[in-house]
Design a protein around this ligand. Structure first.
Ligand SMILES: Cc1cc2nc3c(=O)[nH]c(=O)nc-3n(C[C@H](O)[C@H](O)[C@H](O)COP(=O)(O)OP(=O)(O)OC[C@H]3O[C@@H](n4cnc5c(N)ncnc54)[C@H](O)[C@@H]3O)c2cc1C
Length: 382
């Protein structure tokens, strides 16, 4: 688990923060998981409660309402959610805050970040469309300038946090004639009671059922032109390329935490379950498979902690972040699958944590850039 070689005082503060977040998740989120899974989204007040305990924007400066911490705090939150088996996409919410922090004006930061930190505005990132996921330049949603406003038309799909989203970081074409990356801009949409804006029912996924993933529809939606992120139109692709590292690293954190949890849960299981008159752990195959998983999880942890330290120091490049996201999520899925196998039939029952890890982890290889797209990206550095 993230501890990092930081001064003792910082380490202590991080430990206290972890304990607070752990207790909060156990008391406020865990008891509601079955209901959240059934309704396919967390309760709205989960966001304001998370804000009150300091779980949102923990690594955003205090002057904007954030916790004033570093990515180590974000990592602690992702680890604790994973450890508890709770799907709650605060890392996407926080990622939106980092787009605003990086490219927003002082006025935009002052307007949106404090409300995001309190959980009054839930953040979502809306890039993918029905006909364009990996190929972002193929998106069709347009934002046409009309006086002091943009008029937005189009639809988005697979949008995490879409159900409660109050603040959407939207990728749209501001120049439909431009070829290549220059036609795309990021515009912040305040979604509440916005005429022409509509959210579809949460999509029926194979996993992460407690967390909403929705379609969003924009029909002549008018947004102030002042909501453009950055000094000029056409910067969206570059902003996404730069800032996506945050989301990718958060997913890498979840991947390693899941792998470690899978090994822990499975080790316990194979000591309790018997076959042929002895515990499963007494079979050499069981021990060897678990040793392989534990070793791989350990390698993953060392790589991840190094990436996190470098990220905090501003020394992690996009290629290495892409390596971390692709390799650690592939590793996570290998480990979870082996661990499920060691559970036998019980590993296939939804109520068993290993089964949930198996379905929930699979998406890590798909979103924030599929692992194939990331390999293409890394290949460009060869
Ligand atoms: C649960 C969930 C949550 C999500 N949350 C969000 C969100 O919050 N916001 C958002 O904008 N999107 C979100 N997404 C969408 C996600 O980012 C896309 O699904 C992903 O980028 C892939 O796009 P696609 O589904 O259109 O697949 P496609 O782009 O059609 O890809 C299909 C397959 O082809 C491969 N492929 C495509 N192009 C290449 C290439 N050039 N080289 C090699 N292989 C290639 C892909 O790797 C993949 O295996 C989410 C998706 C899921 C499932």
């Amino acid at each position: 688990m993230i501890s990092l070689s930081q001064p003792a005082r910082t380490g202590d503060a991080l430990r206290t923060f972890r304990a607070t977040i752990r207790t909060f998740i156990q008391t406020e989120f865990v008891p509601h998981q079955d209901r959240w899974r059934e309704q396919r989204f967390p309760d709205a007040d989960a966001w304001t409660k998370a804000g009150a305990v300091g779980m949102l924007l923990s690594d955003v400066p205090m002057e904007y309402g954030g916790g004033g911490g570093t990515f180590a705090h974000e990592a602690v939150i992702v680890e604790e959610l994973t450890r508890a088996g709770v799907s709650f996409a605060s890392f996407i919410h926080d990622s939106v805050a980092h787009y605003i922090l990086a490219y927003g004006t002082e006025e935009q930061k002052g307007n949106w970040l404090p409300r995001m930190a309190r959980g009054e505005l839930v953040g979502a990132i809306a890039m993918s469309e029905p006909t364009a996921g990996s190929d972002l330049q193929g998106i069709k949603t347009t934002a046409r300038r009309d006086g002091d406003h943009y008029v937005i038309n189009g639809s988005k799909t697979f949008i995490t946090n879409g159900w409660h989203a109050g603040l959407i970081c939207l990728a749209a074409k501001t120049d439909i004639r431009a070829t290549g990356p220059k036609g795309l801009s990021l515009i912040i949409v305040e979604a509440k009671d916005l005429p022409g804006y509509r959210v579809g029912r949460p999509l029926d996924k194979v996993g992460t059922h407690a967390q909403d993933t929705c379609e969003l529809f924009f029909d002549d939606v008018r947004v102030p032109a002042a909501n453009l992120l950055g000094p000029a139109e056409g910067r969206g692709s570059f902003q996404i390329m730069e800032n996506m590292s945050y989301e990718r690293l958060a997913i890498a954190v979840a991947a390693v935490a899941t792998a470690e949890r899978a090994v822990a849960v499975t080790t316990k299981y194979v000591k309790e379950r018997t076959a042929f008159g002895k515990p499963l752990i007494d079979f050499q195959n069981t021990r060897f498979k678990l040793v392989e998983c534990k070793t791989e999880a350990h390698i993953a942890r060392v790589f991840l902690d190094d990436c996190v330290e470098r990220f905090i120091a501003g020394r992690l490049d996009g290629f290495t972040t892409a390596m971390a996201k692709y390799w650690l999520t592939d590793s996570e899925c290998r480990i979870v699958d082996e661990c499920l196998q060691l559970h036998g039939g019980y590993g296939y029952l939804a109520d068993y944590p290993i089964a949930r890890m198996w379905t929930d982890s699979r998406v890590h290889r798909i979103y924030a850039g599929t692992n194939e797209i990331l390999k293409e990206m890394i290949a460009s550095s060869l």
